[in-house]
Design a protein around this ligand. Sequence first.
Ligand SMILES: O=C(O)c1ccccc1NCC(=O)[C@H](O)[C@H](O)COP(=O)(O)O
Length: 204
Amino acid sequence: MGTPLFIKVCGLRTEQDVDAAVEAGADAIGFVFAESPRRIDAGTASRLARRVPEGITTVGVFRNQPLTEVRELLDASAMRAVQLHGDEDLAFYDALRPDGRLLIRGVSVRGDAPRHGERGEDILLLDAPVPGAGEVWDRSGKRLPEPGLAWLLAGGLDPGNVAEAVRAARPWGVDVSSGIEISRGVKSPALIAAFIEAARAAAE
Ligand SMILES: O=C(O)c1ccccc1NCC(=O)[C@H](O)[C@H](O)COP(=O)(O)O
């Protein structure tokens, strides 16, 4: 397919999972600070992030939280990127931009997908109506971002369906959480490795 697929694994909570993601070749690792069974505190995120080599992006995930809280958690855990997954407006993105972190905009797609860059984000993440719920959304007939734009496909991906999703939607990258878990919030190193292998193979 040309450019390598960008792979983000999200909602990691243990050393074992972080090591598995690094070993398997993830490009980004998401740590959830939003309300979620996957939520971790800044101290845990900081400890886990220190295991992540420089070339891999650590992402703090938030949803409709106050700007001061977002900034405090990002700084305390030294995240390299921020993912806003709620109704954050352009002013919210503008306020974070000078901090120099990669900005990821997570959007629950209901009608047509929003255009890339409307909030000045670096990466647009197109997701199911409920983030982190493991639900596949109906992409048929939807206008997706043009090839070449930095956008991630998310929502109910797993090692068994990611190849077909990559071939059909041709995303710049993919993001997964539930599909690499054995139960809600509990990741599986084997599923992390299987997901990354299947996604990479489909993009070759
Ligand atoms: O994962 C969560 O619990 C979560 C909670 C609140 C806001 C965002 C959240 N996750 C964002 C992600 O990037 C997930 O990886 C994405 O929604 C895909 O999840 P899944 O369908 O479970 O693979």
